[in-house]
Design a protein around this ligand. Sequence first.
Ligand code: C5P
Length: 401
Amino acid sequence: MPLAGKRILLVMSGGIAAYKSLDLIRRLRERGAEVRPVMTAGAQQFVTPLAVGALSAGHVYTDLFSREDEQDVGHIRLARDCDLVVVAPATADLMAKMANGLADDLASTVLLASDRPVLLAPAMNPKMWAHPATRRNVATLRGDGLAFIGPNAGEMAEGGEAGLGRMAEPLEIVAAVEGLLDGGARPLAGRKAVVTSGPTHEPIDPVRYIANRSSGRQGHAIAAALARLGAEVTLVSGPVTLGDPPGVTVVKVERAEEMLQAVLAALPADIAVMVAAVADWRVATPNTEKIKKQPGEGPPPLMLAENPDILKTVGHHAKRPKVVVGFAAETQDVESNGRVKLQKKGADLIVANDVSPETGIMGGTRNSVKLITAGGVEQWPDLSKDDVAGRLAGWIAERLT
Ligand code: C5P
């Protein structure tokens, strides 16, 4: 029972994703957690306090001015008598209130009065998530030290629209809860890490670019795993459709050159894990205007220039982190190519994998890797990318202790 004895205050605000919070309550409780729900008036429009109370097997708190509730625990005790506050779904409205310190109902008052760690699982329409006001509020809340899980990309419940805004799945939220509560095993506390993830987009003109099939799943999972072990992680990510991992500072870039600058800005660090599928070449001089088809002229030639090798730069840098890890995505001679890369890039470890299309690794959720170090080669079994990340974070922690 990984969450045995843990007390979680679950704040639910008003969004259709509230139905997933019912499952979240079940998942938390089956892991041994005690869940105390607080619902906003909006949340009660989507699921009933009766259903929430039945699943949580306890009282559901809804009203700031309820004499009965105040006599029971009182809003200040409600705010503090827990190990973690989870806000799921976290609507744009509730986040705006939190970012500004408003306290006009029980949920927002409890959040303002709490001194416990807070995990937010946002859920809203993609346009609302992308709105500058929400961006500002999220930045403020991150700056206040609140953790986020999701939102994920996908279809909206209302249909017809897709994009970032779907609430993280209950089990993803549970994993983030476990990570945040796992105060016992934080061997990387006080360590700084920089991780690259995703593809890079190299512009051809303002609307076209060169890219690759990297999803960012492995890199994002590694950033999350290092953070769970207590590291202060900067994740430099190319364009991906994944949500930001909880407890990680994310720097979003497009081009390899931007990625290099962001990585160098994150030094000094103790750990560098370069997972991004950086484009080897960029278009030497991207057109400032959209290239037009010219009748009779045929396709325009693309002159390429070599991109900086970020891993190699970090591996040979004056501020080289103590542990430098690179990835080698190969379609042949995985081991020998990995060894050459270890040397050339100045890495301590190359995590090599076969990305031949039939393996389904590139863009998929599983990975089968070989660990190549100066000491030899270790084959890991077929694992989920999350499990590879967890084991790799453990391997790194061991090197540093
Ligand atoms: O040389 P190759 O691209 O196969 O090396 C893969 C490793 O090097 C990965 O860790 C990748 O993140 C890193 N890399 C980099 N900058 C590049 C090319 C690769 O950091 N321009």
